[in-house]
Design a protein around this ligand. Structure first.
Ligand SMILES: *Cc1c(COP(=O)(O)O)cnc(C)c1O
Length: 453
């Protein structure tokens, strides 16, 4: 189907309801139609080339156009396009992927429960954490503690775990027994404390919450190693050691949501490796298949698996397409690309530090209040006044303006409120990083000019 942009837009508006989209606003301008992609670049239906600073939606870690992933999918679909994994069945690709995941994830995580997305993985976390405690003889341990401004997906349980007020407002969320504490967002919430003191203080909220609820009622704490959709919020170094100690002290499961941080985003295989988190459950998705096919999962620690197998009966949970043969084959091939081509090592040792160094230079720009980042994640928080950190009023418009200006210049960045976010494909070379940062700088300059006019 090759139509003109106007024709695509007309049909799109007539028939397609987009996720996370204000349709009334979109129908005025029309959707951006992306037709093809190669490496780190996208092409839209007007032939414009865009540098994809977001790796799709934080997921195309190996970049676009890897023919061997298409080939693996094709072969698998010819051999066995579908079979389920319910009721004591399996197939070669699901076994291969499970074994490979046990190798690349932290040593004590040797089993995976597969799903089709990050949201389903977090739904699984809610059920599995509660099920684990009931197998342990503590069915009253039900409460899951999460954080404000967290993102854990868009299903009912995922959005409940998430800490987005706007999402809770739609559909009567959160569901019962999910509560939220503060986030380690030093720039906006740290007050006069040093980052490390603030990190400890905000981690301490977890202990207070556990004591307030009673340890006997708390099943788990869930957090992203680095908050992604909340604005690439990199916690102070003091934060994770404190969280880890509190979870151990109080016998609650620690869940590291690695849907963004996993598969090399931080320069290590997992954010849990970077921060030495030692999670009991570890949801994964996105970079697991580099987005080539939908797949997610939950890595489960040995001690949790043992209880579920020894004490539980049937865990009554699962999705028809979970462990889909083609998705598993593609995910396994994607992991082998990441591993055998040394892509994650390059991010850790060379391109990650280089990106961070170049990105930090944007902090001198008059619009930028704070530069954040780690590995191949970055944020620029735009402010009305650098000295006082005063945000723009009304909020969210400057970020959207800068995002649209960047897109017109050929760079995809995302706006989270007034923070500009990048999460590029991990295959970016130094000269491409130079291009990205130059385009980001020009976007900031043009945004500043637009604001002054
Ligand atoms: C994207 C994301 C999810 C949800 O994943 P979906 O595949 O969109 O359902 C969950 N957790 C985190 C941290 C995410 O970034």
């Amino acid at each position: 189907m090759a139509l003109t942009t106007a024709q695509y837009r007309e049909l799109d508006s007539a028939h397609f309801l987009h996720p996370f989209t204000d349709h009334r606003r979109m129908h005025k301008t029309g959707a951006r139609i992306i037709e093809r992609a190669e490496g780190i670049y996208l092409w839209d239906s007007d032939g414009n080339k865009l540098l994809d600073g977001m790796a799709g939606l934080w997921c195309v870690n190996v970049g676009y156009g890897r023919k061997e992933l298409a080939e693996v999918a094709r072969q698998q679909m010819e051999t066995l396009p579908y079979y389920n994994t319910f009721f004591q069945t399996a197939h070669p690709p699901v076994i291969d992927l499970s074994q490979l995941l046990s190798e690349v994830t932290p040593p004590h995580l040797n089993h995976v429960f597969l799903t089709n997305s990050g949201s389903e993985s977090n739904d699984t976390v809610v059920r599995m954490a509660r099920y684990f405690w009931s197998c342990m003889g503590h069915p009253e341990k039900q409460v899951i503690i999460s954080r404000r401004n967290a993102y854990h997906g868009s299903t009912v349980a995922g959005a409940s775990l998430g800490g987005m007020a706007a999402m809770h407002a739609q559909g009567g969320l959160p569901i019962p027994d999910i509560v939220h504490i503060g986030q380690p967002y030093w720039y906006r919430e740290g007050g006069d404390l040093s980052p490390d003191d603030f990190g400890k203080q905000v981690a301490g909220e977890l202990e207070k919450k556990i004591e307030e609820l009673g340890e006997h009622r708390v099943a788990a704490f869930i957090a992203e190693p680095v908050q992604g959709a909340g604005g690439v919020i990199v916690p102070p170094d003091s934060y994770w050691p404190e969280i880890k100690a509190i979870c151990k002290r109080h016998q609650i499961l620690l869940v590291a949501d690695e849907v963004i941080c996993g598969f090399g985003r931080t320069g290590e295989w997992f954010g849990s490796d970077y921060y030495d988190i030692d999670p009991d459950l570890m949801p994964i998705a996105k970079g697991l298949s580099s987005g080539y096919l939908p797949i997610g999962g939950v890595m489960v620690a040995d001690h949790v698996v043992r209880v579920i197998i020894d004490e539980g009966g049937e865990f009554a949970h699962g999705m028809t397409y979970a462990g889909h043969p083609a998705a598993c084959a593609v995910a396994a091939a994607n992991i082998r690309i990441l591993r055998d081509e040394g892509i994650i090592d390059t991010v850790r040792d060379d391109t990650g530090p280089y990106l961070q160094q170049c990105w930090r230079e944007l902090g001198d720009h008059p619009l930028v209040g704070e530069v954040r980042g780690l590995g191949f994640l970055g944020a620029l928080e735009l402010v009305a006044d650098k000295k006082t950190r005063a945000p723009f009023e009304p909020a969210d418009q400057t970020g959207a303006l800068c995002r649209d200006i960047a897109a017109d210049l050929g760079l995809v960045m995302r706006a989270v409120g007034d923070s500009m976010i990048i999460s590029p494909p991990l295959i970016m070379r130094r000269n491409q990083i130079d291009d990205l940062v130059a385009l980001a700088l020009k976007s900031l300059d043009d945004t500043l000019s637009a604001l002054r006019n």
